[in-house]
Design a binder for this molecule. Sequence first.
Ligand SMILES: Cc1cc2nc3c(=O)[nH]c(=O)nc-3n(C[C@H](O)[C@H](O)[C@H](O)COP(=O)(O)O)c2cc1C
Length: 196
Amino acid sequence: MAPRVLVFYGSYRSDRMGIRLADYVVSGLRARGAEAELIDAKAVGLPMLDRMYKEYARGTVPAPLEALAAKIRDADAFVFVTGEYNWGVQPGLKNLTDHFLEEWFWRPAAIVSYSAGRIAGARAALHWHGTLSEMGMIVISSTLAVGPIAEALSAEGKPVGEAGHLLDRAFPRFADDLFWWAEAAKTQRARRAPPY
Ligand SMILES: Cc1cc2nc3c(=O)[nH]c(=O)nc-3n(C[C@H](O)[C@H](O)[C@H](O)COP(=O)(O)O)c2cc1C
């Protein structure tokens, strides 16, 4: 069965660039047979964290939070598309992610980073690795790092130039690695219920 993959992206900037990469990842996963959906933190529009999802009493959970929790629980794998702000993560995506905990458990996550320069968001990717592990995800070793993003993807999210070519070349292995872990984790969840 096609893996269900949620692709998270979280820049709130009016002139954001990373949406090109998020769109590219969603299209690429779909082309390889996944059911992929973009979760754009700006569109979801959660407020700054007050209560986590699990801290709301039943029936009082805000609708966007309830809908997103259901999608996360239903997913087989996650991709986090991350830019880098001052060597750190983008606050909008981190804020969305922190609303959940158990919902993430026992599923693989992949990190796709980018930036305006050649560092390609590598320092933010490093932060995300620890964060996603702490939240119970299996962080896969395959990553994509895209920079400068403006030289790799057009405004429509199409690969351009040498940087775009390199991205296209790296994508299949990245996706196959994620799908392998998605299937492995799903099989194990079905074989034996997670201990908590
Ligand atoms: C507040 C801020 C801090 C930034 N810090 C970094 C940085 O530490 N490293 C880097 O490579 N680029 C940095 N940049 C440039 C971003 O890589 C570039 O603006 C990128 O397009 C941001 O992603 P977005 O357009 O999806 O918001 C920064 C940009 C902003 C707005």
